[in-house]
Design a protein around this ligand. Structure first.
Ligand code: HEC
Length: 303
């Protein structure tokens, strides 16, 4: 696995793969732009990196903070909220995806009490309003009663990337969760893909944008050691959409699809997700089980 990652990283360095949007060569050393906190603020914010920072900022930056363990201003891996109280990192590691969920809706969304019921989810629904980049920047810097003040660990360039990602998603310039799934109390993992995806178009899109790394059938890079990409998308597309739009933190995978609008991004991404619901074309890893007929998550896309 490590060898494979190194190979991919090296291949990206030499421009053999479509990695232009993914500056990070792997978990270590940190990506060049993350390691440059004094990056001039005149540079346009990178909203794809903002999405990866939302996902797992510790992998996209050169911070010394290990949540709950070491580093940071107090040396114990803690962050403070806007009123100066320690925000306990237990269970969420200050990952925004844990605090607000993969659907960005906080307690109203998939991590809320009606669905996956995560103890650490915060009350703010990021998609309930539209905010300017400046408003979001100020909020992320300072935190609030629940949210830690992120300025302690993220420089302004990173916070601007994060603000751009959230603001563009609020405005629909980037797709949001509703374009991919609806919440369901009955379905495993509490989501069902929306109708209207074009799996026939998703297959060549997958071949163009994903197969160079994940393989033609999605089995080249094991995910969580046991899942092919197909098996991952058939069981965790509520997370998978986010990876396609933004990339995977601290890996060679950036935003690998190209689009001009949020609508177009949603169409391409839903097509790829729908295509990956085909168990024949994108099988599980050898010896691993797969979803059974009738599984609600892929719905009518399941093949
Ligand atoms: C440049 C190579 C590359 C390309 C192109 C690429 N990926 Fe990835 N992808 C990776 C690597 C490496 C990982 C991280 C694997 C790990 O560390 O678990 C990854 C992770 C993922 C994950 C996250 C799995 C998890 O651990 O949560 C998903 C989902 C994914 N890729 C889907 C896609 C899709 C869909 C495409 C095409 C739109 C794509 N990838 C294109 C290399 C790539």
């Amino acid at each position: 696995m490590l060898t494979k990652l190194r190979f991919i990283a090296a291949a990206c360095t030499f421009g053999m793969l479509a990695c232009s949007s993914s500056p990070s060569p792997g978990p270590t050393p940190p990506s060049p732009d993350a390691a440059t906190p004094e990056a001039p603020l005149t540079t346009a914010p990178n909203d794809a990196r903002g999405g990866r920072l939302y996902d797992k900022w510790s992998k996209e930056t050169s911070t010394d903070l290990e949540p709950g363990k070491a580093g940071g201003a107090r040396g114990d891996g803690t962050l403070l909220n806007a009123t100066g109280d320690v925000v306990d990192p237990a269970g969420h590691s200050y990952r925004l995806k844990n605090l607000f969920g993969w659907d960005m809706r906080g307690a109203e969304g998939i991590y809320g009490p009606a669905y996956q019921n995560k103890s650490y989810v915060l009350s703010t629904n990021l998609l309930a309003q539209t905010q300017s980049e400046e408003e979001l920047l100020a909020w992320l810097r300072a935190g609030d009663e629940e949210l830690p003040a992120l300025a302690e660990v993220l420089d302004d360039a990173a916070l601007r990337d994060l603000a751009a990602f959230i603001a563009k998603t609020q405005r629909g310039e980037l797709p949001g969760p509703d374009q991919f799934f609806t919440l369901s109390a009955e379905a495993p993992k509490n989501y069902v893909l929306v109708a209207g995806g074009d799996a026939a178009a998703g297959k060549p899109a997958y071949a163009d944008s994903c197969a160079s790394c994940h393989g033609e059938d999605g089995t080249s890079i094991p995910i969580d050691e046991t899942l092919s990409l197909g098996a991952f998308m058939r069981t965790k597309a509520y997370e998978g959409w986010f990876k396609v739009i933004n990339g995977h933190p601290g890996s060679p995978m950036g935003r690998e699809i190209e689009f001009e609008s949020g609508e177009e991004a949603a169409k391409i991404t839903l097509g790829i997700i729908a295509a990956l619901c085909d168990r024949g074309a994108y099988p599980p890893l050898a010896g691993q089980s797969d979803v059974v007929d009738g599984d609600l998550r892929c719905g009518a896309y399941l093949r």
